[in-house]
Design a protein around this ligand. Structure first.
Ligand code: ZN
Length: 446
């Protein structure tokens, strides 16, 4: 398992100056390598169905890839000696970032999700540098020893966890100072503690091993037991202050000294909102995971919601980050976080399975078929839990009278929305077609 621990750094002013200088050089290098790749495409593309009869073939250059660009760093160092001051692996990591950004754009990740076209980074937009190899005893006392930077003071607010080895260290410049993120790895696989949820043990009241949660904007989440967590709305609370700071910034002349100064409080205010939200997410996840049950949630189309009128509130709630933290923390606790298909979870009745249509404003579920009275969100949460254990509600009813009639399929395999699980156990690329692009070299993607 790979986890990350972040500590605050207290570098000296000369160390800050050095790191700032590195970042600027790395930014230029990143832009150059990116441009190299874009230029290759420009020079070597030719539409297949419109090739002229007489064409002057340009001298075909080798296509720049990760290895050729890495080899070329020698020339960079020869032409610009200031690059020799940077730790060699940090510089190579910059090329790797270009490689990854390009691959995510053209090939996509293991789920076939493609990212946008990589962008050139403006001044101050390159904010972190990575040491891909670290000594295990790099932290000594209140200092962390970094190659070429020396001993940098750090605030170690918690010790490193037992049994983990340090893989990489990333230095990040944030609005309120410098941070180091240590990536730690533990090759032991945590055991799944409670037995996986099935029809039998979920329906038996004594051994409930799954918990359904319904996330929303009315309350941040509602469990199938009816507990609810209110939405904290940190952004909404800070909006007035942010607005004022933003206005102050906008009044300043571009590229002026005063504008640069006005940027700092604004960046800090945004950072504070983000930190508050993250803290809330961690605390909520902690409460959920400490129940010791597998957790079922809806695989929401967050991007879809963010395109509607609910965008600001959706971003303020930050479900995506919450679910990410949930998946990691559940795994560490030996539990499963199961994503289920969200279609119709709030519309069907949790007791009889009949459709009970309601609009967004109907907050109460009252079933005309069986007389169930419940809050809308709790009803949805129960449905989500049922889906995670792999049966529709009606089958659950049947079962309560006649006992289990059919063996449920392994719930992970049956869930179309179990993307979170798939992402944690990637077994090669799902979309071969995206990969095929690489072989054919054509820009069309199926
Ligand atoms: Zn009903």
């Amino acid at each position: 398992m790979r986890i990350a621990y972040q500590y605050r750094l207290r570098p000296t002013s000369s160390q800050i100056a050095l790191m700032e200088q590195w970042l600027e050089l790395l930014r230029k290098q990143y832009n150059y390598r990116l441009a190299e790749r874009f230029t290759w495409w420009e020079q070597n593309r030719c539409p297949i169905n419109a090739c002229p009869f007489i064409c002057h073939l340009p001298e075909l250059k080798d296509r720049p890839d990760f290895y050729s660009q890495k080899r070329d760093l020698v020339n960079t160092k020869a032409r610009f000696p200031e690059y020799q001051a940077i730790h060699s692996q940090v510089l190579q990591n910059c090329v790797e970032r270009v490689h990854k950004a390009f691959d995510r754009w053209l090939k996509g990740d293991c789920n076939g999700q493609r990212a946008g076209k990589p962008r050139f980074k403006g001044v101050g937009r390159y904010r972190s540098l990575t040491f891909p190899q670290m000594k295990q005893d790099c932290i000594q006392g209140r200092f962390i020893h970094l190659p070429k930077l020396g001993a940098v003071k750090l605030v170690q607010h918690r010790p490193l966890p037992e049994g983990f080895v340090i893989k990489t260290a990333t230095l990040t410049r944030k609005a309120d100072g410098w941070y180091v993120t240590l990536s730690l790895q533990d090759s032991r696989v945590p055991e799944l503690t409670p037995e996986p949820p099935t029809l039998e043990n979920t329906f038996a009241l004594a051994a409930r091993s799954a918990l359904g949660i319904d996330v929303g904007l009315d309350s941040f989440l509602v469990t199938d037991e009816g507990e609810s967590v209110p939405v904290p709305r940190y952004y909404r609370k800070a909006e007035l202050r942010l607005k004022r700071l933003q206005r102050a910034l906008s009044r300043k002349q571009k590229r002026s000294n005063r504008r640069r100064k006005a940027l700092k409080p604004l960046a800090k205010a945004h950072l504070k909102v983000a930190n508050q939200r993250k803290d809330f997410h961690y605390k909520t996840v902690k409460k959920l995971v400490s129940k010791g049950k597998h957790i079922a949630y809806e695989a929401l189309n967050i991007k879809g919601i963010a395109g509607t009128r609910l965008a600001k509130s959706a971003y303020d709630a930050g479900w995506g980050q919450f679910l990410q933290i949930l998946a990691v923390k559940a795994e560490r606790a030996g539990l499963r976080a199961i994503a289920v298909n969200p279609n119709g979870t709030s519309q069907s009745c949790a007791s009889c399975g009949q459709k009970v249509p309601k609009g967004l404003s109907d907050r109460w579920h009252s079933c005309p078929h069986c007389g169930l009275q419940l809050s809308r969100d709790q009803n949805a949460a129960i449905n989500i839990k049922y889906r995670a254990v792999g049966h529709p509600v009606l089958k659950a009813q049947e079962m309560s009278f006649t006992g289990v009639t059919e063996k449920p399929a392994l719930f992970i395999a049956t869930q179309r929305g179990a993307t979170a699980l798939a992402a944690r156990f990637p077994s090669g690329c799902r979309r071969r077609s995206a990969l095929l692009w690489h072989e054919s070299g054509s820009m069309s993607l199926s």
